[in-house]
Design a protein around this ligand. Structure first.
Ligand SMILES: Nc1nc2c(ncn2[C@@H]2O[C@H](COP(=O)(O)OP(=O)(O)OP(=O)(O)O)[C@@H](O)[C@H]2O)c(=O)[nH]1
Ligand SMILES: [Mg+2]
Length: 282
């Protein structure tokens, strides 16, 4: 399967990001902790230029702390500014704002020296469904932007005053025109950053099965009580259909429902906390 998803609204969104980068003081780059490197959009590189970046390793609650530590070490090594966050519960808000003000320290000092009293401005960017709007809502302390568990929820830009003196720009999630690395594309499909309608769900589910067999032995057996995890992926897929009762009249497997169930189980953490990518893997 060749996955690519770059609809017209993303071209518009990239243009919006390009136009607004000039007027912001920093960029908040939201990454899904389950697939940190797949979340790095190469199209952003040329746009961000030398604006200070604060990386947010978001959805940290969906991975094991000891796994995420590997990314923290990597970011430390690269001297990147970052925070680990679970934006869904808001407990990391103070830490995020503190780190943002640290990143903007020089800028704020210069504003003060000039007697300028404007708020600092940060643009929040990232791939679809990474949690940008949730993060902003959490920092604002209310539901000020629309969020949802599917990609492409935010349609246009929105400025929000998250605290006194700190404004943030919410942007629509963006991917890039050609997903060359299909392993990356597959991980983006796993985490729901590519619309389910544009992927072959059976293939995504088979890839999840394959990933679990290799990296999380026992997870499939525990969830579906299958007889042999070392069987071919397709055999496991069929067994899951049977175990779940997804068999149609006449005895054919209902692969569509089975695929949706496997994908859903992955996203709902039914196989455990799974980090798909480690630093230095690619
Ligand atoms: N478990 C968990 N879920 C999160 C976290 N942050 C966001 N979410 C969920 O992820 C889904 C997507 O969140 P949004 O804030 O709409 O994502 P977005 O990046 O704004 O998405 P687009 O606007 O489509 O680009 C929602 O169901 C959120 O509740 C987090 O830290 N942990
Ligand atoms: Mg959004």
């Amino acid at each position: 399967m060749n996955i690519n998803w770059f609809p017209g609204h993303m071209t518009k969104a990239m243009r919006l990001i390009e136009e607004n980068i000039k007027i912001v003081d920093a960029v908040i780059y939201v990454l899904d902790s389950r697939a940190v490197s797949a979340c790095m959009n190469p199209s952003f590189d040329g746009i961000i230029g030398n604006k200070p970046i604060l990386y947010v390793l978001n959805k940290a609650d969906l991975v094991e702390e000891r796994d995420l530590k590997k990314w923290c070490d990597y970011f430390d090594e690269k001297k990147y500014n970052y925070v680990v966050s679970n934006s869904a519960n808001g407990k990391d808000n103070d830490k995020i704002l503190k780190e943002l003000l640290f990143v903007l320290d020089d800028k704020i000092k210069r504003y003060r020296e000039k007697g300028v009293n404007t708020p600092v401005r940060a643009m929040v960017i990232g791939i679809p469904n990474s949690g940008k709007s949730t993060l902003i809502n959490s920092l604002c302390g209310g539901k000020r932007t629309i969020t949802g568990d599917r990609p492409g929820v935010t349609k246009s830009k929105q400025w929000l005053a998250v605290r006194k003196g700190v404004d943030m720009l919410d942007t629509p999630g963006t991917l890039w025109p050609k997903l060359d690395d299909q392993n990356v594309a597959m991980h983006l499909a796993f985490i729901g950053s590519i619309k389910d309608d544009v992927v072959d769900k059976n293939e995504v589910a088979l890839n999840i099965i394959d990933f679990l067999k290799t990296h999380n032995p026992g997870a499939l057996t525990e969830r579906y009580k299958i007889s042999d995890e070392n069987a071919e992926n397709i055999q496991i897929f069929e067994e899951i259909s049977v175990k779940r009762g997804f068999v149609m009249k006449g005895g054919d497997y209902d692969f569509e429902r089975t695929a949706s169930a496997v994908i859903d189980d992955f996203r709902k953490r039914k196989f455990g906390k799974i980090m798909l990518e480690y630093p230095y893997e690619r």
